[in-house]
Design a protein around this ligand. Structure first.
Ligand SMILES: Nc1nc2c(ncn2[C@@H]2O[C@H](COP(=O)(O)OP(=O)(O)OP(=O)(O)O)[C@@H](O)[C@H]2O)c(=O)[nH]1
Length: 561
């Protein structure tokens, strides 16, 4: 591709609340600029992952370069479609760093929702040009007037700046393209500057190694150039580069202002840091500030189903975290489940999607333990403050039907099913967004599970004092269902310190596996005894109790799995 003047380049993201129509608008923009054919089959083309297609949501930001003629001039538009769900907001904030403007999509029927507000502030704080786009005006209950008032009131953007469209029917989408060219400023930087690029995303290709998505902030780069990664100070030779249209489209060079991909022989996932700066080996530049690391909110253990799969799972997790750098990974081990990892996620959906991607994209099968949230423990005997419930912080009316309320919640109260309960209580009308408000003192207790008096280390949990009894009872009941009867009675107890708060009992039973073998068929008897011995291998002995490994999994695993 020939050099493109920087003033004819526009880099923008599409941001919105979930399901307000980002991916549908991206399809229309791709069609209108000829990047994809206009056919019924081309739906949500930027949602390439199997998990995105199955769930109908975007989880990964995707880039597409489009060519657009306006007033006799040719423009290069770099569009980044971003996820809407709060669990993937890290994708949004990273993508914004490659852009100068955003299209903020708002559903003409639903109006401003929780992630509309959250995403608006991400763009506002990054000082980007914001173009409000009111989508779905074809719907019977669409009320664009009302949504324009909300936008004016909540974001202080004049209603005249809103563009009303139907992404589904293509109505007025041309106006959106014109607004992008006319309102969003071109990127700064010039082709004459030294080469400087920001790595804002990357993925691992089996054959080529790391494929990094870059935004070129200055200068130019071509195949064969020697470039340096500021993070590791390592030099690489550029093997391949090009635009994403949205498929990879190799070119000879990338210039200042462009967004594209680069392959430079990075074979190890640790070499491609998101937020890294690349520069020419003879022209060092000051590194870009990079990204603030994501703060995980939910933690879960991940273990291979069979320990022989540990190395394969390790490499799968490494490669997937390259593509999703908001996941944190720490090695961990459990007596029951063997060697594994403790992973941190931004939310429960994020955890589920990561797990699904491991299975679908890396063919890995994993055991996921119950999710927990981080606690800070202060080791002191007294002075524990009484546990807090939600505390209301403020309440703002967006219009006469909609209210935005801010609460301070303990994270473990909202992490598992709060969203579902809220949705069903409000018949789907309420939406929810959250951010970390730091640690607060609470009345928490360490709860042990005992089998015939012996504590089972991996089942120890932190519970709120008010929930201790119900949670201890549930764990004892689930264990009772999973441990087979043995030749003696087994007491399953939940205890806080020395105080037992719940108990289940498994009655003694003698399993005579030979009972069905009448007569003297010795080979059959041997077979059955062998089978029984094999079964024992899959058990872990705690005190004198044999516990099947499955029992840990069923107690630790999320209830709905
Ligand atoms: N009636 C109508 N439906 C639309 C319009 N635009 C999008 N939709 C529908 O709204 C639903 C959500 O659209 P998407 O484009 O997947 O929304 P999204 O914002 O990309 O969703 P996430 O990426 O998951 O946050 C789909 O069923 C679309 O067909 C529109 O202009 N009119």
């Amino acid at each position: 591709m020939s050099k493109f003047p920087v003033d004819k380049i526009r880099n923008f993201c599409i941001i919105a609340h979930i399901d307000h129509g980002k991916s549908t608008l991206a399809d229309r923009l791709l069609e209108m600029t000829g990047a994809i054919a206009k056919t019924e089959k081309n739906r949500q083309v930027l949602d390439k992952l199997q998990v995105e297609r199955e769930r109908g949501i975007t989880v990964k930001a995707q880039t597409a370069s489009l060519f657009y003629s306006h007033d006799g001039q040719e423009y290069l538009l770099n569009l980044i479609d971003t996820p809407g769900h709060v669990d993937f907001s890290y994708e949004v904030s990273r993508s914004l760093s490659a852009c100068q403007g955003v299209l903020l999509i708002v559903d003409a029927n639903q109006g401003i929702q929780a992630q509309t507000v959250a995403n608006f502030y991400l763009a506002f704080e990054a000082q980007l040009t914001i173009i409000p786009v009111i989508n779905k005006i074809d719907l019977k209950n669409a009320d664009p007037e009302q949504v324009e008032s909300q936008i004016e009131k909540t974001f202080d953007i004049p209603r005249e700046e809103c563009v009303r469209i139907s992404a589904k029917l293509g109505t007025n989408v041309e106006t959106v393209l014109r607004a992008v060219v006319e309102r969003i400023p071109p990127p700064a930087g010039s082709v004459g500057d030294p080469f400087k690029a920001l790595v804002f995303d990357s993925n691992f290709d089996h054959y080529r190694g790391v494929v990094a998505n870059i935004a070129v902030f200055g200068g130019q780069v071509k195949k064969g150039d020697k470039i340096v990664s500021a993070y590791l100070c390592k030099t690489y030779e550029v093997n391949e580069l090009g635009l994403l249209r949205p498929e990879e489209h190799p070119t000879q060079k990338l210039f200042a202002g462009q967004v594209g991909y680069i392959v430079a022989g990075m074979k190890d996932v640790k070499e491609a840091q998101i937020g890294d700066t690349l520069y020419h080996h003879e022209q060092p530049v000051e590194a870009l500030p990079g990204f603030t690391p994501a703060k995980p909110m939910v933690f879960a253990g991940m273990y291979p189903v069979d320990q022989s799969e540990y190395p394969a799972l390790r490499s799968a997790i490494e490669r997937l975290t390259l593509n999703d750098s908001s996941v944190t990974v720490q090695r961990d081990s459990s007596l029951a489940l063997g060697a594994g990892w403790r992973l941190g996620f931004l939310g429960l959906l994020h955890m589920e999607v990561f797990n699904q991607r491991l299975e679908q994209e890396y063919n890995a099968s994993v055991v996921v333990t119950a999710p927990t949230v981080p606690f800070k423990a202060v080791l002191s005997s007294a002075k524990l403050i009484k546990g807090r419930r939600a505390v209301q912080k403020n309440m703002v009316y967006i219009d006469d039907q909609r209210v935005m309320m801010k609460y301070l919640f303990p994270l473990n109260e909202i992490v598992v099913d709060f969203y579902d309960v809220l949705k069903s209580m409000s018949s789907g009308y309420a939406s929810f967004d959250y951010e970390n408000a730091g640690y607060q003192a609470a009345d928490l207790r360490k709860m042990d599970i005992l089998l015939n008096g012996q504590p089972v280390e991996e089942l120890t949990t932190i519970v709120h004092r008010d929930r201790a009894y119900s949670s201890g009872k549930a764990m004892c009941e689930r264990l009772k269902e999973s441990i087979p009867r043995q030749m003696f009675e087994i007491a399953i107890q939940a205890a806080i310190g020395s105080k037992v708060i719940a108990r289940e009992t498994i009655k003694a039973y003698r399993k005579n596996v030979l009972a069905k073998c009448y007569g003297g068929d010795i080979t059959r008897k041997m077979k059955l005894l062998k089978k029984q011995a094999e079964g024992k291998k899959k058990m872990r002995r705690i005190g004198n109790v044999d516990v099947p490994k499955d029992a840990f999994i069923s107690v630790l695993k999320r209830k709905d799995k």
